[in-house]
Design a protein. Structure first.
Length: 270
């Protein structure tokens, strides 16, 4: 599934084409993805000017001058294609700008979604209402994590994946951040030392910034809107590297937590 860096990379790529442009045409090629497309999607967007782009957790945001925001989620395999040579069977939503640029939302598995939300009501919108702070924003701090983890016996890895605690963190980047911080993924959240949390927060940001700069990580079908592959995967220290050497000299191991693989080094993560 595309995670925060992949969504951020997608939003930045779309902004180069959409920001400030009028949407001249909207073509919906099927009734639904994970859930139905908004029935008034074309009516709301055709003739609207894009006033800005954004991201909340793993959702992309396209703001318009009609005080409506199109919110998209890429699901498992979704991606936007800019100026495709042709429209394929998995290009389920097509937007055309007034200056002739074409953007196609391609989603072979159809686990993605598209919604229309009043811009002023975004924070109160159902999927956003209970989200925690953004990991790249000021709301994420060691103090916030200490309060969220207090007396919790759940594993720190699972707590960091809880979107109510931190919005947008996914499996790959939590594994990488915990490795850099020297924290074992199975350690109980309430037993993670304050000094370790002080280390962890800037390292979460470091990993995410590096991944965004690299265009994300290529997993299965993910590519950037311009067709380029994300290449942060080459810099993974532990994720997907079971049995390989860790930088500390130990060996990367894999366990399953909450139905997801966790990769770590028991030699340097305590």
């Amino acid at each position: 599934m595309p995670e925060l860096p992949e969504v951020e990379t997608t939003v930045r790529g779309l902004a180069t084409v959409l920001d400030g442009q009028v949407i001249a045409r909207v073509q919906v090629n099927r009734p639904d993805l994970r859930r139905p497309f908004p029935v008034d999607l074309a009516q709301a967007l055709v003739g609207a000017r894009v006033t800005g782009m954004g991201r909340r957790a793993k959702y992309g945001l396209i703001h318009t001058d009609r005080a409506r925001t199109m919110v998209f989620h890429l699901g498992m395999s979704g991606r936007w294609r800019i100026d495709p040579e042709d429209i394929g069977k998995h290009d389920h939503l097509v937007l055309e700008t007034g200056n002739g640029r074409v953007l196609a939302l391609n989603d072979a598995r159809r686990f993605g979604s598209v919604d229309l939300v009043d811009t002023e009501a975004l924070e109160a919108w159902g999927p956003f209402a209970a989200l925690g702070p953004e990991p790249l924003g000021e709301g994420l701090s060691a103090k916030h994590l200490r309060a969220a983890f207090k007396d919790r016996i759940a594993a720190v890895k699972l707590l960091l994946l809880d979107q109510r605690i931190v919005a947008g963190l996914g499996n790959i980047y939590v594994c990488e951040a915990l490795n850099r911080a020297g924290i074992h993924p199975e350690r109980e959240g309430g037993k993670v030392a304050a000094k370790a949390l002080d280390r962890l927060v800037p390292l979460i940001r470091e990993v995410l910034h590096e991944a965004i700069a690299a265009g994300g990580s290529t997993l299965r079908d993910y590519v950037q809107p311009d067709g380029e592959l994300g290449y942060f995967a080459k810099d993974w220290r532990v994720y997907g590297r079971e049995g390989e050497a860790c930088a500390c000299g130990g060996t990367v191991q894999r366990i399953v937590q909450g139905g997801r693989s966790s990769f770590f080094c028991a030699n340097c993560q305590k």
